[in-house]
Ligand binder design. Structure first.
Ligand SMILES: [Zn+2]
Length: 242
């Protein structure tokens, strides 16, 4: 089946849950879109295990958040929320998306996490990217292996490899997160578990400020890459030393 050119994405974020992208790489997706790149989000679950809201509500909220983030494409698989597993069948579901969108860069969750879905999504996404490049793995589409995988590490207490400056986009990112009214608007259900609405802004801005400070910008989002980078010209290295 020929791939429609308008389905291609430059950057694809693969996340366990709807609203993970908004929290961990939403500012980065906004920044990439502002540079004219096509961005996309694949959520692996639909949120049926959440304390608040239904999967249907979250679908509508995710579509609204995608609009605010300026992403060109967003879909959710239906892996079981809270029980994501790295199986061949699940890898192939992601392979079908990778071969359709053909992203150059894939953003995955960091591989160590409190929530098992996040950790497993990291290995599941990595394995899918590998399989997607194998010609012998056939599903009718041309093989495609992303050039680069980076890990959004906001949920993990690790030193990032680099930070993306999201200073101009932090308010827009916040709007995208708050599109999940069923999750973050003040309400009785789960009030012992969820921070009040006003505090979410303070917390997420403080985190972004923390990572921004590490790189000398106002607000930043942290990422880890496994590869060691290389440099052509020492005089063009970013971030002042002192
Ligand atoms: Zn999550």
């Amino acid at each position: 089946m020929p791939v429609e050119a308008d389905l291609r994405a430059d950057v694809l974020a693969i996340t366990a849950h709807r609203d993970d992208a908004e929290q961990t790489c939403g500012g980065t997706l906004l920044r990439m879109a502002s540079r004219g790149l096509r961005t996309a989000i694949l959520d692996l679950t639909q949120g049926e295990a959440g304390t608040r809201g239904s999967a249907g509500e979250r679908a509508r909220e995710a579509a609204e958040a995608a609009r605010i983030l300026g992403v060109a494409w967003r879909q959710a698989l239906a892996l079981p929320d809270g029980a994501v597993e790295n199986t061949f069948a699940n890898r192939m579901e992601i392979v079908r998306v990778l071969r359709r969108l053909r992203p150059r860069v894939v953003i995955l969750p960091y591989w160590q996490a409190r929530h098992p879905d996040h950790a497993i999504s990291a290995s599941l996404g990595y394995d899918a990217c590998f399989l997607s490049g194998l010609r012998k793995i056939e599903d009718g589409a041309e093989p495609h292996r992303p050039f680069k995988i980076v890990y959004a590490s906001l949920y993990a207490d690790v030193r990032p490899s680099f930070v993306v400056d999201i200073s101009p986009f932090i308010e827009q990112r916040h709007l995208a997160l708050m599109a999940y009214r069923s999750q973050y608007a003040n309400q009785a259900a789960g009030s012992a578990l969820f921070a009040p609405e006003e505090e979410i802004r303070e917390r997420t801005f403080a985190e972004a400020r923390h990572y921004g400070l590490l790189a000398g910008v106002r607000y930043g989002e942290p990422f880890v890459q496994k590869e060691v980078g290389f440099v052509d010209d020492l005089t063009l290295l970013p971030v002042q030393s002192m």
